[in-house]
Design a protein around this ligand. Structure first.
Ligand code: PAF
Length: 282
C-alpha cells in the first residue's frame, strides 16, 4: 500500500495501473473504526483497485464545530487500511485540496436536501461535503464510491448529486456497524464520558421503538417523533431532531409510504450523535 499526498502523484499512479480495471474510492476523514473498515472491505470485494482518502475537510465544519479537535491519526489509519486490502491512501494537505482557501468560489449544493434535518442545524455542512466529494471524484475518477448508511442524509445527497450531474460513478451505501449495545460506531463517540457512553445506546433504542410502532401499524408520525424526543431528553440528550421520512426522497413520511427511514441527531455532553434506521413495509 502506498500513501500519497500529492494530487498529481495519485493521478499518475492510477493512470499507470487502472487501464480496464475498476477503481473504488472510500472517502474518510480518518480516525478509522470498524465502520470505515467495512467500507474498505466492501470496496476490496467489488473493485480491482482500492483508494481510501483521509482528509479532515475544513469546508464541512461550522465555526463553532470540532474541526481543530477532530482526531488526526494517519499512521494508525494507514495500518488499518493496509490490513483491509487498500492499495492507495490519499492524504492531501488542506493547501493541496484548497489552494485558494476553502471559501473558494465554486460550491456544489444539492439544495433542498441540504437545508433540512442535519443541514438545518449545520448550515453549509452538506455543501462542504458535496464540494469535497466532487473534488475527490475528479481526482480519483472512481467507478464506485462507498459511504456509510449511518450518514443517511449524506448518502442521499451524494446519490442525488451523482444522478443530477451525470457523474459516471456508482454510489454504494454500506450498512451501519454497531457496538454490541446498539450504538452506531462513530469517531465522535470518543468525546463521550464513561457515563455518557452508557447512555448513548438510548438513541438507537429510541429509533427502534419508532420502527416497532410503525411495524405495528402506527401512522401518527408527529406523536411518535414527540414521544421519542421526550424519551431522549429524559435520558440526558439535547435533541436536534427526530424525524420519520421517506427513505429515498427524505420527504416527511406519509401513510402511503412503504419505505421509511427514521433519523435522529442529538447531543450528549460534547458529542453530537446521529443515527437512523430503515423500515421496509413491503
Ligand atoms: O462521512 C465523512 O466522513 C465525510 O463527510 C466525507 C464523506 C469523507 C467527506 O469529507
Amino acid at each position: 500500500m502506498q500513501i500519497i499526498k500529492s494530487i498529481s502523484e495519485l493521478r499518475t499512479a492510477l493512470q499507470n495501473r487502472s487501464h480496464g480495471r475498476t477503481v473504488g474510492l472510500v472517502p474518510t476523514m480518518g480516525n478509522l473504526h470498524e465502520g470505515h473498515l467495512e467500507l474498505a472491505k466492501h470496496c476490496r470485494d467489488r473493485c480491482d483497485i482500492v483508494v481510501a482518502s483521509v482528509f479532515v475537510n475544513p469546508k464541512q465544519f461550522g465555526e463553532a464545530e470540532d474541526f481543530s479537535d477532530y482526531p488526526r491519526t494517519l499512521e494508525d489509519d494507514a495500518d488499518l487500511l493496509a490490513a483491509a486490502g487498500t492499495d492507495y491512501v490519499f492524504a492531501p494537505t488542506d493547501d493541496a485540496m484548497y489552494p485558494g482557501g476553502h471559501a473558494s468560489a465554486t460550491n456544489i449544493s444539492v439544495t433542498t436536501l441540504s437545508s433540512e434535518l442535519c443541514g438545518e442545524h449545520r448550515p453549509g455542512h452538506f455543501d462542504g461535503v458535496a464540494t469535497v466529494v466532487t473534488k475527490l471524484f475528479n481526482i480519483v475518477m472512481p467507478d464506485m464510491a462507498f459511504f456509510g448508511e449511518k450518514d443517511w442524509q449524506q448518502l442521499t445527497i451524494l446519490s442525488r448529486m451523482v444522478a443530477d450531474l451525470n457523474m459516471p460513478i456508482q454510489v454504494i451505501g454500506v450498512p451501519t456497524v454497531r457496538a454490541p449495545d446498539g450504538l452506531a460506531l462513530s469517531s465522535r463517540n470518543q468525546y463521550l464520558s464513561e457515563e455518557e457512553r452508557q447512555q448513548a445506546p438510548v438513541l438507537y433504542r429510541t429509533l427502534m421503538d419508532i420502527v416497532h410502532a410503525l411495524q405495528a401499524g402506527a401512522t401518527s408520525f408527529d406523536r411518535l417523533e414527540h414521544t421519542a424526543r421526550v424519551a431522549l431528553r429524559s435520558a440526558g440528550f439535547e435533541v436536534d431532531y427526530v424525524s420519520i421520512r421517506h427513505a429515498d426522497t427524505l420527504a416527511p413520511a406519509t401513510e402511503e409510504d412503504q419505505h421509511y427511514r427514521v433519523l435522529a441527531a442529538a447531543h450528549l455532553g460534547k458529542a453530537r450523535l446521529i443515527d437512523n434506521v430503515g423500515l421496509d413495509l413491503r
